[in-house]
Ligand binder design. Structure first.
Ligand code: SF4
Ligand code: SF4
Length: 478
């Protein structure tokens, strides 16, 4: 009794049967202009995704998201976690670009460029069809187990390749090559990361599949807020298609005239081909990823029955209902304006950053030491990041300080491209240099190739009252 009372009246999710079990989707492939165009785009993106981590600019990776060392290289430029303003601006630019593209073109990203769709529809499903056949053209039952095994073996290989490519963006191709060529005993953590990522890929594309779009992806949830009635979506022309039904011939001399039917012959091919298992004739739904497979399926039917194509088409809600589409709306004016402001701010901040960034730090422990020569030594640590894609050497000088000497193991000190270094130096002074207050001195760092910045540093001596304790001198980089 409870089941009939509590059971849902309609299907809750397109991937769920009413009894709660998984409804496995095997979309029927539909040939047509959109699937052909999407295939070209998909393979171009797959090639790009695979090649990108191997490309280098001035000896550095074009793209490297080194989370462990908290260093991000994009197109030869190094970004650090201290670049909070830049990262915030970058995130805002990404968000507003998504808002604008969705307002104009709906979920074009989901249907044409999202890796989930690209790999699922153009790599994993074709492999599955190769081994198991397509709906309506299933392979014979003999050797079914072997075919399933072969399918998962192929899935595993693709998932391994995909996982390695994905990780190359985070660890770099050199590390990746070492991990692949070395024994798992030498890199147990790396091996586990690889195995885990491969397992996740296999789980996603072999089992979880379209549910990523339906229940996990946050973008689908924002859809109703980001779209308006003039956004481009895949839509069914209800006026033209309804009432739907199979055309029947009127019998000569029959008393009752058959109802006038719309163009939809209710073949359900648009539903059978949908990778998320929905019926677009029920209107725009959260599950629709805008892939246009239903357009291709319906166009083929329309062609066959001699009706104009486009019963399902890319259009907007307003265009289908009122026959006109408004291109200029407040949101498509406001978003680009905001993007121009954000991009300008981004460029200004990037340009204001020097080719190196440094801070001067006081070593922890005693504020100063008395040397055997009787001189007073203050220890200074320079934490410098070379933000350029080339190696450089940096010279440290004390500005206008005749009574002070700088002692360093190496001056100039080297810093490889993108590297952060922390050389230590001693600032030496005669005890008579100091009085009761700490002395603020000026330190200059230059690379002889255009970079030159000065920072203050405070030194202490025996007569300085606040000489006890330790502290760091702030510096804001150059
Ligand atoms: S494919 Fe076209 S004709 Fe067939 S059910 Fe869908 S909308 Fe109707
Ligand atoms: S309804 Fe059409 S466009 Fe939307 S997901 Fe299904 S097949 Fe793709």
């Amino acid at each position: 009794m409870s089941e009939s009372l509590l059971g849902p009246q309609d299907r809750v999710l397109s991937t769920l049967n009413n009894d709660g079990s998984r409804r496995w989707l095997c979309p029927r492939p539909s040939d047509g202009r959109f699937v052909r165009q999407r295939r070209v785009v998909a393979w171009a993106l797959i090639v790009l995704f695979t090649v990108l981590p191997h490309l280098r600019l001035n000896g550095r990776p074009l793209v490297l998201l080194d989370i462990i060392n908290r260093e991000f290289t994009l197109f030869g430029r190094v970004f650090l976690p201290t670049d909070t303003l830049l990262l915030a601006l970058l995130l805002l630019i990404v968000f507003f670009t998504v808002f604008l593209v969705t307002a104009l073109f709906g979920r074009v990203w989901c249907g044409w460029a999202c890796p989930q769709t690209v790999y699922m529809e153009f790599v994993y499903r074709p492999i599955e069809r190769l081994f198991e056949g397509t709906p309506g053209k299933r392979k014979p039952r003999s050797m079914r187990g072997l075919r399933k095994f072969a399918k998962f073996a192929a899935f595993l290989l693709v998932s391994m390749f995909l996982a390695h490519t994905f990780l190359a963006y985070f660890v770099g191709t050199d590390n990746l090559r070492r991990w692949i060529l070395g024994s798992p005993h030498e890199h147990p953590i790396a091996f586990l990361v690889m195995a885990g990522t491969t397992g996740l890929m296999l789980f996603d594309f072999g089992y979880f599949r379209e549910q990523v779009c339906i229940v996990m992806c946050p973008y689908a949830r924002f859809q109703s807020a980001l779209l308006d009635r003039d956004s481009l979506i895949v839509t069914y022309d209800r006026k033209r298609g309804e009432p739907r039904g199979k055309a029947r011939k009127e019998k000569p001399g029959a008393d009752i005239a058959l109802p006038q039917l719309g163009d939809c012959v209710d073949c359900t091919l648009c539903v059978q081909t949908c990778p998320t298992g929905i019926d677009i004739r029920e209107g725009l739904q959260l599950e629709c990823i805008g892939c246009a497979q239903c357009i291709d399926a319906c166009d083929a039917v329309m062609e066959k029955i001699g009706r104009p194509k486009g019963l399902i088409r890319y259009s907007s809600e307003r265009a289908v209902e009122e026959g006109r589409r408004r291109l200029v709306r407040p949101r498509v004016v406001i978003y680009p304006l905001l993007l121009v402001v954000l991009l300008s701010a981004f460029v200004v901040v990037v340009r204001s950053k020097g080719s190196a960034e440094f801070v001067l730090l006081r070593e922890r422990g005693l504020p100063f030491q008395v040397m055997a020569s009787g001189e007073i030594a203050n220890q200074m640590r320079i934490r410098l990041t070379n933000r350029t894609p080339a190696d450089a050497a940096y010279t440290v000088e004390l500005v206008d300080q005749p009574g002070l000497r700088l002692r360093a193991d190496t001056n100039p000190f080297p810093a490889a491209a993108g590297e952060q270094v922390s050389p230590r130096m001693l600032i030496l002074a005669d005890p008579s240099y100091f009085d009761a207050s700490p002395k603020t001195i000026r330190v200059r760092i230059s690379d002889g190739a255009g970079f030159e910045r000065e920072r203050d540093f405070v030194i202490h001596g025996p007569r300085t009252r606040s000489a006890g304790g330790t502290r760091e001198e702030p510096g804001d980089g150059g």
